[in-house]
Structures are given as C-alpha cells and as structure tokens.
Design a protein around this ligand. Structure first.
Ligand code: PEP
Ligand code: MG
Length: 664
C-alpha cells in the first residue's frame, strides 16, 4: 500500500477516476482506494467518485495480487498526475448575475453566439408506478440488451470523436462507457430486479441512489457529474422503452431544459438546434465543454423561470452576454438576422482569401501557420490556408497507449505530417511531458511541484535516450529542409548548445551534410530575458504564451478560479515579448508565437507591432487572423504597441487594443 496526495484539478471526479480505473484494469491485482474511513474498488468509477476525494486530499491505495508492486506503482503515478486540460480557458460560474431588465432572463455564458428562433422545451422521461412482480429472467434480459444497445451507441460516438481528434468529447464518453459498466450500478439494478422490479424502475432507482451520493458530497464538481449519470438513466430508459432517439423539433429551435446531458447535446447538434438554455448547470460541465467544441451558443443557470416560457415562443439567445430575450420585437429579430448574416458573409470572404499569403497594408509579411497534433489536423490546417505548421505537439501523437513508439513509428508519424502539408514547412517540437501533460507509457516520478519540475527539455536531460531516439527519427524525414525542430522549456543557453551538439553528432552518424533548423521556445521568463544570447545559437524563437503567462504571472494556467486573470496581454508579458523580438533581431532571427495568444485577433496588431513575424494559430482561426493582418499598418502597430507596455493591467491593454484596432 502507499499514500498519495491527489493533484487532479477539482479532485477525483469522473475523468481522473476513469484514468485510475483504466490503469487498474491493466493488472490482475485487486486494487482499492481508502479515504476518510471509506473504501472503494478501483474497478468502480462510481465507487471512486463516491469517496468524494478533493484536490490535495491524501488517500491510501492498496493492491493485492501477483502483480501488486507494478499495479501500485502505476496507480500512484495515475493518482499523482494532473490530467491534461485543454487550451480553451474554462468559463467560471460563481453565482447567477441579476438582471432586472423586463423580458430578459440572465444566466451565465457557457458557449458564445447570437441566435434567434422558436423555443422548444424538452422533458425527461417520467415512469408510471411500477406494479412489481415481474418475471426476473425477462427483466434481466431486457436490461442487458438495453445496456448493450447504449454501449454500442457510445462506442460509435467514441470512434467518431477519436477520428475527429475531439479529445474532450472522447474523454467524456469514455467516462460514460465506464459508468455503464460500473459494478455498483449493475449490482443495485440486478438486486432490484431480483426483488420483482421492472428493468426500467430498477435502472432508474440505481442511478438515482448514486446521484444522491454524489450530490450529498457537497462538492460542485462532483454534483455536476450526477448529470452524467442522469444522461445514462435517460439513454437506457429510452432503449428499454424502445423510443427512437430523436427529438421532435424543428431545425433552428432554441432548446430549453432543466439540464441537458452530453448525449442530448450531440443529438441536438446533429438535428441542427440553434442554441441551448438550461435552468441549471455549470459552465465547467461536460455539456458546456461540448457546446463550446461544437460552436453551439449555450447559456446555463437561467433559473426555473426559463421552464415556464411557452412552447414555440420566438426568443433571442445572446449567449455571449448570458441573456435570453423572451419578447424580442420584429425589429430585434431583424437586427439579429442582420448581425448573423454580416458575420457569415465576413467569414466567407475571409475563407475565400485564406489560401493567399498575408501582409500588412505597408507590406510586412506575416506567416500564419497552424498548431496541430496529428497528420489529420495538418490536412485540415492546409485546407484552411495554413502557411505551414508552427507547432506540432509530438507528445499528443502517441497518447492513449501503454507502450512507447519506436524510432520507425515516430519517423512515420512525423513524415505523415510533412506529407499532409504539401510543400510547406513544419515545426516539430520535441516531446514536452511533465507538468500538466502526462503519457501513460512514460510514468514520471511524483514531484511536489511538477510544473516547476522535470518537464519539457529537462526530462530529456534525465532520459537522454528518449530525446536521441526522437531526434534520429526526425532526421530521417524527407525532405529534411521542410522540417524544423523546436525545443520546449529551455531556460538557459547551455541546454540549447548541448542539444545542438548532439544533433550535429547524430547528423554525422546518419551521414547528413545539413542539419535542420533548430529553434527555442520562449515560455519561461528566463528565456525571454536571455533571448539575445539564445538567438545567437538558435535559428528562430517561438513564444509559448500559455506557459509564459503561467510562469510570469505565477498563476496556474489550468486554475479555474484564476482563468480570467491568466491573460497573455498583461503588460509584463508584452514587455517580455518585446525583449524577445529585440534580442532575436540583434542576430537576424525571426520570432513566432505559438501559444493561444496568437489565435486572439485582438492581440494580432500588438504582436505584429512588437516584431513577431509568424503566428501559429488553431486551424479554424487562420482565415480570420490573415484577414486581421491584411487590415493593419505595421508602422502604426509598432508605434502604438510601445505605449501598451506602460499600461497597468491586461484589462487596460485589452481596452486600448479595442480602441486602436476595433474588432467589428
Ligand atoms: C505554450 O506554452 O504556449 C505552448 C505553445 O506550449 P503548450 O501549450 O503545449 O505547453
Ligand atoms: Mg508550453
């Protein structure tokens, strides 16, 4: 047995609990977690969640069986890592803001957008009283086949998510699949059937009992997971009742419900709902994450009044501002249509120009490249007009597997990205694990402060054979001139010199006459302050604003409570970006930005003004960022951005940007 402190954000809720369960499944030993006088088997997701383990809680793990040592080690690693959170900053919900405007309900934005349409209220399935005394065998079989049907549906959803690389969607439904196989639920439902219950009622009661446990823990993140259980309740009930799973709704409806579930959302999106509103729910819920991923406007926490709006009433959902307008007049409707048409037209125009290179009005060329995690994303990026790949995060190429990729497999994966990009160049970052990014096949020792520990290039210093293998694979891609290598988390010149030397040795071993360009990520303040010295030996610099914000502001980039303040437009970061560009220019090197700030159109003029010449953005943003560049005067950007360095906060910088370079 061992004791571990939980570092998963928000504690051991559905997704981290699913990781623990998956890890335990890889061993024959029986494993259990013990916390606050209660115990749960690692085979049961519900049991694990029911322990109510919060972030920073200390738990005991016990393993019993032939491979208990290995199981214990793997479980300790799984419990002490932080799950990778995604680039999009979570929206924080505290309390429902008050809005006293007549005819307007105020909630909280979970996914922005402005839409209008008829309102459609969805109801959950209500079961009649159960007369009891059912045939045990028949009901068990009913439940079995309903469960199998839903499992099949979820596996399909998972497969589609996997193909689209929709990581969050995949994680959410993988947790649903695990819940559906949960022994606690199945045992409770089976026991009720043994006592004469109908399969429908047995399933509903088993779910409701577990929902009550989660709600009783008094922790919001766990309470939100009760919604995932209700999702499975509805799905299995629909299968048991033989209901075709399709909502009766006109396309373009704005759907209202007490609370929607993740699978409702996917179905509503497939049926072209215009937007969704919920009386309850939180913006960190799985439904909210999915809505943002689908670009479907969504407002949560509108209160029960939203459930009383008559069916079919025409409403306007201004999700960005968390507003549901209940009685918009014809003029407001016309205005919403006009705004949407103008947005669509603008998007089409931008898309039509996306393949052309972008320069400012005064002729400064800005390369707009893409951040990708796979060759299929690279294909999408090229189709969207990417001038190249500005960041391939190689650690995401081989997630979800228990064995490390060998040299040959890595070479093929990198080659596939190069092939997908036509004749454009591809910047490939060496593996960046540690901190918030973990790989199943590469368990790292638990550290008190993993974000300040062995991550990025530092990991390669303790496991040099891993970096050697990756560099060798990279040196074998063809044509090598299109491949540039980028090093993450560099904080001093010696790190760069050491790897440059190693790269030269490997080139000699492989009888290569030319080595690929080697760049350095600027993502810790030390690197920005030393940009001039780094640029002397690097071919280019690429600023990772995600980590640079975290380390400059001393705010965890995944901290939900600080999300609104981890803003890369903070003047301190702008000063570091300016210093990086000045340092690079002394040696004639170019500077790019590959952190999320590059995808923010409000920041484009500032970055261009400070001297950045490459922006690596998420593929759907390419057209918009190129369009933004084409409307800028670089000389004016240079002059105005200097003034921003003296402002006092990120908020002041954002206001000034809006003033100088308004976003229409
Ligand atoms: C960054 O830190 O800005 C960056 C691009 O790297 P990652 O988000 O992968 O840490
Ligand atoms: Mg980073």
């Amino acid at each position: 047995s061992a004791s571990v402190r939980i570092t998963h954000r928000g504690g051991l809720h559905a997704r981290p609990a699913a990781l623990v369960r998956k890890t335990a499944q890889g061993f024959s030993s029986q494993s259990q977690l013990h916390f606050a006088g209660k115990s749960a088997s690692c085979a049961s997701l519900i049991g694990l969640m029911g322990l109510g383990i919060g972030e920073q809680d200390e738990v005991q793990v016990t393993c019993l069986g032939k491979d208990c040592d290995a199981a214990l080690q793997a479980l300790v690693a799984a419990l002490s890592v932080t799950t990778h959170e995604h680039e999009q900053a979570p929206v924080i919900v505290t309390a429902r803001p008050l809005n006293t405007e007549a005819g307007v309900l105020q909630g909280v934005c979970a996914a922005p957008g402005l839409v209008c349409g008829p309102l459609l209220r969805l109801h959950t399935i209500e079961l009649p009283q159960d007369p009891g005394n059912h045939m045990r065998e028949e009901q068990l079989q009913h439940l079995d086949s309903a469960l199998e049907q839903v499992r099949g549906e979820i596996r399909n959803t998972l497969e589609h998510a996997r193909q689209r690389k929709a990581v969050e969607e995949e994680e959410i439904f993988a947790a649903h699949l695990a819940l559906l196989e949960d022994p606690t639920l199945l045992e409770a439902a089976t026991a009720a059937i043994e006592h004469g219950s109908a399969a429908t009622h047995a399933w509903r009661d088993a779910i409701q009992a577990q929902c009550a446990v989660l709600l009783g823990l008094g922790k919001p993140l766990f309470a939100e997971r009760a919604n995932d259980l209700r999702d499975l309740q509805q799905r299995v009930l629909r299968a048991l009742l033989g209901e075709a799973w399709q909502f009766q709704m006109p396309a373009g409806a704005i759907v209202v419900a007490h609370e929607l579930t993740p699978s409702d959302l996917l179905q509503l999106s497939a049926q072209n709902a215009a937007g969704i509103c919920m009386a309850e729910g939180g913006a960190t819920s799985h439904v909210a994450i999915l809505a943002r991923g689908k670009g479907m406007p969504c407002v949560v926490a509108l209160g029960s009044a939203v459930l009383e709006v008559p069916q079919g009433q025409r409403v306007v959902l201004d999700a960005g501002n968390g507003r549901l307008e209940l009685t918009p007049d014809d003029a407001r409707h016309a205005q919403v249509h006009q705004i949407r048409e103008a947005q669509q037209q603008r998007r089409q125009q931008q898309q039509a120009q996306a393949q052309a290179a972008a320069s400012t009005l005064d002729g400064v060329g800005i390369e707009v490249a893409a951040n990708v995690a796979s060759s299929s994303e690279a294909q999408i990026a090229l189709a969207n007009g990417a001038d190249g790949v500005g960041l391939l995060r190689t650690e995401f190429l081989f997630v979800d597997r228990r064995t490390a990729p060998d040299e040959q497999e890595q070479r093929q994966a990198y080659q596939a990205v190069l092939d997908a990009m036509g004749d454009k160049s591809v910047i490939i970052r060496t593996i960046d694990v540690g901190g918030d990014k973990q790989l199943d096949y590469l368990p790292l020792p638990a550290e008190a402060n993993p974000v300040l520990g062995l991550r990025g290039i530092r990991m390669a210093q303790v496991r040099p054979e891993l970096l050697d293998q990756q560099l060798r694979a990279l040196l074998q891609v063809c044509p090598l001139q299109r491949c540039r290598i980028l090093l993450p988390m560099v904080s001093e010149v010696d790190e760069l010199l050491h790897i440059r030397q190693r790269l030269d040795q490997l080139c000699a071993e492989l009888e290569l006459t030319q080595r690929p360009e080697l760049g350095v990520m600027i993502e810790v303040p030390a690197a920005a302050l030393m940009a001039e010295q780094l640029a002397e030996h690097a071919d280019f610099l690429s600023i990772g604003t995600n980590d640079l914000s975290q380390y400059t502001l001393a705010m965890d980039r995944d901290h939900a409570g600080l999300a609104a303040r981890v803003d890369a437009l903070h003047p301190a970061l702008l000063r570091l970006i300016a210093q990086t560009c000045i340092g690079a220019a002394k040696h004639g090197r170019w500077v790019g930005v590959c952190g999320a700030l590059a995808s923010d159109p409000l920041a484009t003029p500032v970055l261009v003004g400070l001297g950045v010449r490459e922006l690596s953005v998420s593929p759907p943003q390419i057209a918009e960022i190129k369009d933004r560049v084409r409307h800028l005067d670089a000389a004016q950007c240079r002059q105005l951005s200097q003034g921003l360095l003296d402002l006092s906060s990120a908020r002041a910088v954002r206001q000034a940007c809006q003033h100088h370079w308004p976003l229409s």
